[in-house]
Ligand binder design. Structure first.
Ligand code: 5AD
Ligand code: FES
Length: 345
């Protein structure tokens, strides 16, 4: 076996930035990386695949991220906001289907005040589920109030750990600031999810290696990785998107570097390849996030084109992902699927 794969196997914590750049620059070791990620996934998080139902409750956003279809300047999008009662009703239906995590996701929409989110958390927690927030950067004080109200997890991808690229893509934000928010959320006791897109313009092996180093530094509890998919209604419409193999490799390396993290097979993976999510589940992923956004809203949460699941029947994605998990000879997670704690990993 080659020295570098041996190092990934036995001394992952001493893998350097330069070594990651190298692995990301050659396809020579790809099969070995994928196989090792699958073994490590099995050893540390087992055969269970955890299901997290996602409710995309508002597509209104005050930000202008260059890649995202929800950006404020996109006028070709029918905007919606679900009422708190509608969100709660949806959460109840999900809990009745025996799903143990509800993810509340939206654009950065100030309509949902500290109190509205807090009351939603309190009501949804009564259903016995874990609650994940994915609503962007808010005040530190709000993170604290929502944690105390019972929120369990917070997803906020770092998008790219290259400060220059971050600035280009997010004119009104910085990577340093995003980093502060993620560390603050950890300090408050949330399970924290970071992650990045793969194939962004100007992003190569060096930038992707920075993403992996950052995820290790944060000790990210959850890691969302997907290909960048150019959206025709954004300034990045003419760029090339991320490819399947590179994205799988970044997922696999994330699994190898942070063995106990919960890593989803993302919707974007399923959107660039008919078996993209299944392949991710074989290269390190152990989570899947079916779309439970109700109609008529669902087709309007268009981060990127060709998003899967937009026209499936109401709750069909739950049955679909259950069948997918079984089809891969894996087990449907029946617990809340918190990160497994090991004394020494
Ligand atoms: N392609 C792929 N992923 C995207 N996201 C936003 N826009 C795109 C796009 N065009 C991702 C971001 C964000 C998550 C909710 O969706 O990483 O954090
Ligand atoms: Fe939506 Fe399969 S998960 S159709």
């Amino acid at each position: 076996m080659s020295e570098i794969i041996n190092k990934l196997k036995t001394k992952k914590d001493s893998i350097t930035y330069e070594e990651l750049v190298y692995l990301l620059s050659t396809d020579k070791y790809d099969q070995q990386i994928f196989e090792l990620a699958d073994q490590i996934r099995k050893k540390y998080v087992g055969n269970e695949v955890h299901i997290r139902a996602i409710i995309e409750f508002s597509n209104i956003c005050k930000m202008d991220c260059l890649y995202c279809g929800l950006r404020k300047q996109n006028k070709n999008l029918k905007r919606y906001r679900m009422k708190p009662e509608e969100i709660l009703e949806r959460a109840k239906l999900i809990a009745e289907r025996n799903i143990k995590t509800i993810v509340l996701q939206s654009g950065e929409d100030p309509f949902y005040t500290t109190e509205i989110i807090k009351d939603l958390i309190i009501e949804i927690k009564k259903l016995g589920v874990a609650v994940t927030l994915s609503i962007g950067e808010r005040e530190f004080e709000e993170y604290k109030i929502w944690k105390e109200a019972g929120a369990d997890r917070y997803l906020m991808r770092h998008e790219t750990a290259d400060s220059k690229l971050y600035k280009k893509l997010h004119p009104s934000d910085t990577f340093e600031n995003r980093k502060k928010h993620l560390f603050k959320l950890k300090e408050l006791g949330y399970e924290v999810g970071a992650g990045c897109m793969v194939g962004l313009p100007g992003q190569g092996p060096k930038e992707l290696a920075k993403d992996l180093i950052f995820l290790r530094e944060l000790d990210s509890d959850m890691i969302g990785i997907g290909p960048f998919i150019p959206n025709p209604d954004t300034p990045l419409k003419s760029e090339k998107g991320g490819d399947l193999n590179t994205t799988l490799k970044v997922i696999a390396l994330a699994r190898i570097l942070i063995p106990t993290a919960n890593i989803p097979a993302t919707t974007a993976m399923g959107s660039i390849h008919p078996f993209g999510r299944q392949l991710a589940l074989k290269c390190g992923a152990n989570v899947i996030m079916p779309n439970l956004t109700p109609n008529p809203y669902r087709p309007n949460y268009t981060l990127y084109p060709n998003k899967i699941c937009l026209f499936e029947a109401d709750t069909a994605c739950i049955d679909c992902v259950r069948a997918m998990i079984k089809g891969l000879n894996r087990k449907v997670g029946e617990t809340h699927g918190f990160r497994i704690k090991y004394s020494a990993v």
